[in-house]
Structure formats: C-alpha cells, structure tokens
Ligand binder design. Structure first.
Ligand SMILES: N[C@@H](CCC(=O)N[C@@H](CS)C(=O)NCC(=O)O)C(=O)O
Length: 255
C-alpha cells in the first residue's frame, strides 16, 4: 500500500476531491498544507505547473485532481472503485466530473471569494488553516500581496462575479434537472461524478462531514449568497451524498 503525500490548500474544494478519494479508498496519507503564493516554488519545482492538489505517490508527483483520482483508480483497483465498470456509465461519469470541474469549481470560487476577499481577518483564518506560528507570521506580512494576486489571478471583481454567477446557476440548473428522479448522477451507485460535484459544491451546501469547516462567523453577504441557492434540490443532494459516502479521514499527520 502506498503512503502518499498530498500537497494542498485545506480550503480548496479540488483538494477536498482528492482527500475524499483517498479516504474512500482507505488510503493512509500525509498532508502538506501550503499557503497561497508561498506554494509556487514548492509546487512548480516538482510539477512545472502552479496548482494544488499535487499528490506524491510512488516517488512521482501527480498534478490535477482528475488525474490524481484516475491514478488512484489504476494503482488500487481493488479498493472501493469510483469509476463505473460499464463502458457507457464510465464515459458519463467522466463527463459529469469534467463538467463539475469546469462549470462549478472556478465559478463558485470566484463568486464566493467576491464576498469574502476584503475581510482581512477572515481571509487570514481561512488561508492559514493548518499552519503553525511561522507560517502564520509569514502570511501576515504578505497577506496584502497575496490578496492582490488572488484578485487578479481569479478575476475577483464585479464583472467576473456577474458572469460567474450566470455560469454557476446554469450548472446548478443542469444538476437539478439530472437529480430530479435520481439519487446519483450516473447509474445507481456513488461514482467519481458524485464525488466531484459534491466536493466542489461543499462551500455552498456546507455539509457537516466536510473536513474543512468555515469559520463560525461568516459575513452576512456570504450567508445571504449561500441562502439564495437553498431552494435548489442539489443543495440537499450534496448533504445526502456527504452523509452517506464521505468516509472519515484516514489517520494522517502534517509534515
Ligand atoms: N483543474 C485543477 C484545478 C486546481 C486549482 O484550481 N487549484 C487552485 C486552488 S483551488 C490553485 O492551486 N491555485 C493556485 C494558483 O493558481 O497559483 C484540478 O482539478 O486540480
């Protein structure tokens, strides 16, 4: 059994996808929690790209939550499977997962941060989760630079917000329609499609089983933003999927 290391931002829903897949497959792993911007040299040196999650497994560094899950499926086929066996269900599951990666992840991230990013204390608490005193001190002095880089890099501004809100609602319409008469996105069992959509929507649905819990006091604007989606069936679906399928975290230590 491998003992991988997950390089992550604890808050990142793409990292939650990988944590969930590892936990689902009962794989013991270690996390290395990184700070935005400070992560660049660590991640780029190992993968020649900038983003987390990155999984170190069998002395290889694997980037991209979809590729990591694919690698886990291939490496540990006898662990509980996330890919359907049937060919057409397999294609459908990958298509739904890619849809959620593309149409939910970036748009929910932009619209949610729009309501949070100027709250210095809250952003400090969210982004330094998992850090010790040294990391927290380093982040405190560079926080204004990090926030500027996040705003520019993710186009967190009114225009970006407006267009992402439209995209997010369109994606949720499609999920609501699909889930009208179905408990799962593909077939009659939990697959990578459900894991991906639920993990990426967790910041909105806030299931209690999600390992990353937001700070207790969130700004009113953010609470109102979440409440506006509450009538959608997909919100309860996310909570049900978490309750039924989010296995508790495997024992892990932070490097
Ligand atoms: N398609 C990627 C997306 C990962 C992603 O967007 N990661 C963000 C955090 S949520 C990141 O590392 N951003 C830092 C950067 O771009 O420098 C995946 O599935 O892993």
């Amino acid at each position: 059994m491998p003992h991988p290391t997950l390089y992550q931002f604890p808050v990142s829903p793409y990292c939650e996808k990988v944590r969930w897949a590892l936990d689902f497959k009962h794989i013991d792993y270690t996390t290395r929690d990184l700070l935005p911007l400070f992560h660049l040299p660590v991640i780029f040196r190992r993968t020649r790209q900038n983003k987390v999650p990155v999984l170190k497994m069998d002395n290889r560094y694997i980037a991209g939550s979809d590729v990591i899950i694919q690698t886990l499926e291939e490496r540990l086929p006898s662990a509980p499977a996330l890919y359907p066996v049937d060919d057409s269900e397999f294609e459908d599951a990958l298509e739904w997962a890619a849809f959620a990666d593309r149409e939910i992840g970036p748009h929910l991230r932009r619209t949610a941060y729009f309501h949070l990013i100027d709250n210095t204390r809250l952003m400090f608490e969210i982004l330094t989760r998992g850090q010790g005193a040294v990391g927290r001190m380093a982040f405190r002095t560079s926080q204004p630079m990090v926030i500027r880089a996040m705003k520019e890099g993710m186009r967190i501004n009114q225009r970006g917000y407006d267009s992402s809100l439209v995209r997010l609602n369109e994606a949720l319409d499609r999920l609501d329609a699909r889930l009208k008469d179905a408990a799962y996105l593909v077939g009659d069992r939990f697959t990578v499609a459900d894991l991906t959509a639920a993990a990426l929507l967790a910041p909105l649905a806030q299931p209690p089983e999600a390992p990353f819990q937001p700070p207790v006091e969130m700004p009113e604007a953010f609470t109102e933003f979440c409440a506006a989606f509450e009538d959608r069936p997909v919100m309860d679906w996310v909570r049900t999927i978490y309750r039924k399928h989010r296995k508790p975290a495997q024992q892990k230590s932070v490097e």
